[in-house]
Design a protein around this ligand. Sequence first.
Ligand code: 3PZ
Ligand code: ZN
Length: 364
Amino acid sequence: MKAVASEPALARALHRSYILRVSSDTDSFEFQVSEHLRLSGVYWGACALHLLGELQSLDAAQVVSFVRSCQRGCGGFGGNLGHDAHMLYTLSAVQVLALFGALHTVDAGRVMRYVASLQRPDGSFAGDEWGEVDTRFSYCALCCASLLGKLGDIDVAAAVRYVRACENFDGGYGCEPGGESHAGQVFTCVGALAIGGELGSVRSEELAWWLCERQTPGGGLNGRPQKARPDADVCYSWWVLSAMCLLRRDGWIDGEALRRFILSCQDEEEGGIADKPGDLPDVFHTFFGERGESIHGTDGVPPIDAAHAMPASVMEQLRAEQALEPSRTLRGASPPRPRRGRPSSVPHRRLQRARAAPRRRQSS
Ligand code: 3PZ
Ligand code: ZN
């Protein structure tokens, strides 16, 4: 072993060629198995390239025309050509068009008629005409409406009321009232409340504690309390981090340890980032890994709008065009805030101390 290890860094050039490779090699296994979610794959890949300052590596006209070809008569978008419309792919479509500055190429009112048609009297949203209800779809609806500058086209007050009803005793949120708290669900609910202008109703202290307890001794983050196995995953770094950022508590996790975990999930030869060290990379985790990286502003990853999961620069452009309300970004958008307490009292340090303390033996 070398005595002096070189400082690990984000392998930007390798990730760029990885994304371009998997998006152009249409014969590859990855491309074949992701057929049903192509539109979301385009969003993850294009957004990952944007964060590397490489969006121009894609053929904008070709991407925009592919996205538009996935729009159905109902106004919503399917995951690929000829596939049924779904809320998930409708959001991906709107996000990709926004990335390329091409939102004006679709009829926003028609897209919003589809989104509004999936809202139910209790304020919740179904994912498609078949009616599965989940707070993920509430987020999709609010995010779509916000990106299109058409929040007035849905019942925001009812949507927010439903999300609030999914809050649990631990401060977290589930996919329906009474559903178990999970980091992904916490992100969609807090993101929905942020977009709906109701962040003030979140029990921030309880939730931020629950969120920072997701950090494992290895620096990565898991999705829910699970002591049995090391289950940190790169994509949870984003769910947890962006929720904490919206609550202005992102300093509560150990960002350096998280960065080391994410960098250990990089494929140093072929590029791309995996869910955990040693696994095969994919565009999804490459995107979420880059986003987790932006926490300290290291590695040149630009700020991200935490609520919309879009580059802050794209959101600023949109806001200038549509006079949208500003929302929180991972860094840079708001002035530094005064911290209560000294650095030694931030929760991740307290957790580290608790872990270092001798533990009672447990019978297995
Ligand atoms: C992955 N989806 O249902 S999926 C996703 N997961 O479409 C995309 N961390 O088999 C890729 N696991 C890889 N490229 C995984 C998106 C899932 C999340 C699964 C996963 C992530 C660990 C096992 C759900 C936004 C949208 C969708 C999700 C989350 C957030 C899969 C399994 C599931 C899916 C796709 C591929 C590799 C990529
Ligand atoms: Zn993952």
